[in-house]
Design a protein. Structure first.
Lengths: 810, 64
């Protein structure tokens, strides 16, 4: 008896899967004295164990990816040659190189196993991982293995690659990154050496009798400054020129002016006046500016902010042609093709249902994840996901012309790339530099006029004003303040595309929320049973019955019932669109719609809430009320934001939860229901036409248009590695409650930039004092310019960190 | 004094060598991935790893 109790207590303590580390709740599988939560995890362990790859488990604890929800996919389409050519990098017929995205990799064990793939498939020559980009580079022998085999292998051990056809722009990004490294390296090298050669000048060391040494040093400086001026600094000239061509003065215009004047004046001084020039200041300035650019260019390599519907859609579909099933790339799909859509597959284009039992989940399109039942002859829309057995459909529209995808033909998605270019971005620095440039040019002319009697002095004063007034502190404070803010946000799992978004976020005055998936939690709903109290047996029966169904409502009920025992079912039948019928231990259980349970009762057309009725032995017991679960902190977030911002809610859903939402949003804010993706986009457009700067917070494809149209579009995601639609930022759903802090902090960052600008103006004024009197010596310039730059950098980084700490963001 | 000129030229040459080494490193992708190599270097060699694995199995069992 005592022993039995001990045993029972032992099962009470939580057991964790050896493979994935999840708690084993429903079933426990023992093998080799190890415990697994599901068959999938066990299978992966066996594969690895057979190849002596169990080191996988010793590098990190429980490194695996849970296989509970694993669905085996069909990769036959990878035999298609056109498709294969698009996926591989290079092939000479024998050796092929391939790059795959593997978003699941998360620890050192993953790196280890992925780099030891050759032990699992002998056709693989080598595999190399880039962890930060979550990419794997594989080279393999064509005769021993194939693309399909490799993808299947990766899938079987839990690293399903993300196959994507439109990811080719990264190569360009990489080159840009490298060229910045080159530029910094060269600028740094020249800066250091020029400083060294300028030391005699700084220390006023008397080189009397060795005049020629001074000359040699000065000419060496010129040689060293050439690559800085013509190579490292050229991005500023290019950007300034691009801006000017569009009649737009950006921050790079005064910078380029300052750099050019520094260079010309230095050459003139050295060659004609036997002077020392300001080449040290020039190269130092360029070096610091480039470092600022690198700091600002923080990118989240694994996140993709530019995805469109193509990333969601399968890259291949199964079609039936002359009664033979083949897979073709989705681009080759034509109107009138007969498609076969299996469980959990997406419908790629609007189609008519021909055969089968369609249960379509339009979660992507409407945000509503409860499947809709369709009968033969009805239209099923692109973006819907089939739940259940395979269906046959015939396409009636092209992929790009379908109900959901035509959203991407909207002009919001055609904003020309140039619009996004840095040279045109309306930022604080660019706005200021417009006035700044005009004022310093005017001052320089005045200074030249004061000394008009003496042409040398006039030239000196004119150039000196342009040199000291070079807004290097402003140009540095922006990247450092915003770059740091971007990093602080990143630490809080709020990832922005670039630093300009912070400025836009600070300017927002209207916030629009999506409902499903954004302010509600995705995979959990609150289930409440209303009716007669259920006894333990009945609970067990219900849990056993719903276990057999994949319908989301069944899963929700299954999760809500707290019973460890599962009974064997004698009779089970699932009637799509109606409910479940099961017989357990002679008890008849019926779960489903009101009409299904009791045929005398009509459905209440005005009741939009989700209810699942229950009868046991033909006696109606009551119903499960299934409601969305709102994210924690929603109430505080809304009430805080309400004070300063205009709020609105757009939902693709029905009005079922309107009353509940009024609780959160009060009576002043707009709530709109049954919004199509197009409606959402139009709503944002309308707000913008009324002069609002809109922040849109959404999640799925159905918000894609609104996210793109809005000034700042942020997508909320449970797993930031998952696909999210094109947006400016991705927020981990766990950080949702911090939204108000993020917005406030972006405001603070802008204030910091402003303060730093005032600070740099003071330096400029001191410098102008020297410049006007024509007394700007290379020594003063060499002290003043780095000093103001360093002050700007230190001031902005320190203040952003202090403020972030005060707000609890670090 | 000319010795200084010689010295400066020599130091510039050495510095240029380092600059070229840096540019070469960037070109060959050493700055593309700044994380994975740091993990990769810690993986044990094949023979050792089997011993370690045995040990860790024991350790893992005691955890449960």
């Amino acid at each position: 008896m005592e022993q039995l109790e001990v045993l029972e207590r032992k099962t009470e303590t939580k057991l964790y899967c050896f493979h994935c580390g999840d708690e084993c709740r429903d079933e426990i599988i023992h093998i080799d004295e190890k415990i697994f939560c599901c068959n999938g995890c066990k299978t992966v362990y066996e594969i690895l164990n057979n190849s002596n790859l169990c080191n996988y488990y010793s590098i990190d604890q429980s490194p695996g990816i849970t296989r509970k929800h694993y669905i085996k996919r069909n990769y036959d389409f990878l035999n298609d040659n056109d498709l294969k050519l698009k996926l591989i990098d290079f092939s000479n017929g024998q050796r092929t190189q391939l790059t795959l995205d593997i978003p699941q990799m998360h620890c050192s064990s993953c790196i280890w196993i992925l780099e030891n793939l050759y032990k699992l498939n002998h056709g693989i020559i080598s595999s190399k991982v880039n962890f930060l980009q979550k990419k794997i580079f594989i080279s393999y022998q064509e005769e021993k293995t194939s693309l399909k085999n490799i993808v299947e292998l990766l899938d079987s051990i839990g690293y399903e690659p993300q196959l994507n056809l439109d990811d080719r722009k990264e190569e360009k990004n990489k080159n840009e990154y490298r060229s910045l490294y080159y530029k910094i390296g060269i600028a740094g090298f020249c800066f250091g050496n020029i400083m060294l050669l300028s030391f005699p000048e700084y220390l006023s060391i008397d080189v009397a009798g060795h005049e020629e040494l001074k000359r040699i040093f000065a000419y060496l400086n010129i040689i060293l400054s050439l690559p800085v001026f013509f190579y490292s600094a050229n991005i500023y000239f290019i950007s300034a020129w691009k801006g000017l061509k569009k009649k737009f003065i950006n921050i790079d215009v005064p910078l380029a002016l300052g750099i050019a004047v520094l260079f010309i004046r230095s050459i003139v001084e050295i060659v004609f006046m036997n002077g020392a020039g300001y080449l040290d200041s020039l190269s130092g300035l360029v070096f610091f500016l480039l470092i600022g650019k690198l700091f600002q260019n923080k990118t989240y390599e694994t996140l993709n902010f530019e995805r469109n519907y193509k990333s969601y859609f399968p890259i291949a579909v199964t079609i039936q042609k002359n009664k033979i099933e083949t897979t073709i790339p989705v681009e080759k799909l034509q109107i009138g093709n007969r498609l076969i859509i299996r469980n959990n597959e997406l419908i790629p284009a609007d189609s008519i249902l021909i055969k089968g039992n369609a249960n379509i989940d339009y979660g992507f399109v409407t945000g509503e994840s409860i499947p809709v039942n369709k009968v033969n002859g009805e239209v099923v829309y692109a973006g819907g996901k089939q739940i259940g057995s395979a269906i046959e459909v015939e396409t009636i529209k092209d992929v790009s012309q379908s109900y959901l995808t035509q959203l991407w033909n909207n002009k919001a998605f055609r904003k020309d790339q140039e619009h996004e270019q840095e040279s045109r971005i309306i930022s604080f620095a660019n706005t200021v530099s417009k006035y700044f440039t005009i004022i310093i040019l005017a001052l320089a002319v005045i200074a030249a006029l004061i000394w008009h009697n003496n042409s040398t002095l006039a030239f000196n004063a004119f150039t000196a004003v342009l040199i000291v007034a070079c807004p290097c502190a402003l140009a540095l404070s922006t990247p450092f303040a915003l770059g740091n803010t971007l990093r602080i946000f990143g630490k809080n799992k709020f990832y922005l595309k670039n630093t300009f978004i912070i400025e836009k976020l600070a300017a927002v005055n209207s916030i629009v929320f999506d409902k499903t998936g954004t302010i509600t939690e995705n995979n959990s709903s609150s289930v409440e049973f209303i009716g007669e109290k259920l006894n333990d047996d009945e609970k067990t029966f219900i849990k056993s019955a719903v276990r057999n169904s994949t319908h989301p409502l069944s899963t929700a009920i299954f999760d809500s019932i707290d019973s460890k025992v599962i009974k064997i079912i004698d009779v089970y039948d699932e009637l799509p669109g109606k409910g479940i019928y099961a017989v357990i231990n002679g008890n008849e259980i019926k779960l489903g719609s009101k009409f299904f349970i009791n045929e005398n009762q009509e459905e209440d057309a005005n009741d939009f809430s989700t209810k699942v009725f229950l009868s046991v032995n033909r006696k109606v017991k009551g119903y499960f009320n299934i409601a969305n679960k709102y994210r924690g902190g929603l109430r505080e977030t809304v009430s805080e934001l309400e004070r300063n911002y205009e709020l609105a809610l757009l939902s693709g859903d029905n009005e079922g939860e309107k009353e509940k939402l009024r609780n959160f949003f009060g009576t002043d804010n707009e709530l709109h229901f049954r919004q199509s993706p197009q409606n959402k986009l139009d709503f944002i457009l309308q707000l913008q036409e009324n002069g609002k700067k809109v922040l849109m917070i959404g999640d799925g494809l159905n918000d894609a248009g609104a996210l793109k149209q809005s000034d700042v579009g942020i997508s909320v995601s449970d797993n930031t590695n998952n696909f999210s639609p094109a947006c400016d930022g991705i927020m981990d759903s766990k950080s949702f409650y911090r939204l108000k802090d993020f917005i406030k902090f972006s405001n603070s960052s802008m204030k910091i930039i402003f303060s730093s600008f005032v600070l740099s103006l003071i330096y400029n004024l001191i410098g102008l004092g020297f410049a006007f009197t024509g007394m700007l010596s290379p020594l003063i310039a060499a002290i003043l310019m780095p000093l103001s730059s360093i002050t700007a950098v230190v001031f902005t980084t320190v203040t952003t960190n202090v403020l972030a700490k005060r707000r609890g963001l670090i | 004094m000319s010795v200084i000129v010689v010295l400066i030229c020599a130091s510039l040459l050495v510095a240029t060598g380092f600059l070229i080494a840096y540019l070469w490193a960037v070109k060959h992708g050493q700055y593309d991935d700044k994380y994975t190599p740091s993990v990769r270097i810690l993986f044990d060699d094949e023979k050792k790893s089997e011993d370690r694995n045995k040990k860790s199995v024991v350790k893992n069992n005691s955890d449960f």
